[in-house]
Design a protein around this ligand. Sequence first.
Ligand code: SAM
Length: 271
Amino acid sequence: MAQLVPVTDPADPRLADYTRLRDVNLRKSLEAEHGLFIAEGEKVIRRAVGTGHPVRSLLMARRWADPLADLLDGVDAPVYVADDAVVEAVAGFQVHRGALASLVRLPLPPVADLVAGARRLLVLEDLVDHANVGSIFRCAAALGVDAVVLSPRCADPLYRRAIKVSMGAVFAVPYARMDNWRDGLGALREAGFTLLALTPDQAAVPLDDAKTGDRAALLLGSEGDGLTSHWLAEADQPVCIPMSAQAMANGVDSLNVVAAAAIACHALMRA
Ligand SMILES: C[S@@+](CC[C@H](N)C(=O)[O-])C[C@H]1O[C@@H](n2cnc3c(N)ncnc32)[C@H](O)[C@@H]1O
């Protein structure tokens, strides 16, 4: 079993990986600098470890060591045990799910390799909300999408909140990040994908009439502005999920991007 290391000082430098987990800017730079990410809760930690991510360390209250004993058996990294108050002081909030793990990020595949064997893709342009990204991965996993491609600026699926909301689906659905926003869609088209741009614009082709072809990629836009005009112009077809007349009359002119992804994935997987 991994060595349990008691810690009592929230300022202990060995706990630096777990500092202020809700501070998005701090976490972005810290995680990029050290090539790490944080998983929270037994189920998610098991999935992360099970998909080959090396463990840097774990941090938990002593009572969580027994339920995780089988996992800790195979871990060759320190397991820091501390009072709840110490964990809270480091992380910046009460960690209800028990254990935290710091894991090593694995290199992402090039987009061309990722999509080589895929038929159904989601492509996310510049989503900013980590919970939305995590939820979309959960939809993708649940509905059988083969892979997810991220624009260069899209929010990180391995941010703690994204992992948590996805229930670990970010480890189940392969993904890659485009190097180049401007030419990224061209490369997908060359790989044989029909590019369907999901837009709330009700003049677009209704989802049920969209021509998907053998290989299809659904493009989803950011929470505020939606897809950029460049990606809309690059797509083979703009596609809308019809909104009710009543919704439009009441000024509800779009769906949340997660709801749009779920409806569109469901339709895509039946096509
Ligand atoms: C909140 S919406 C963005 C709204 C933005 N004002 C626009 O015009 O696109 C975020 C994303 O969800 C998808 N979406 C939302 N409602 C949709 C609908 N009715 N049909 C198809 N896609 C939709 C689109 O991909 C959109 O870019």
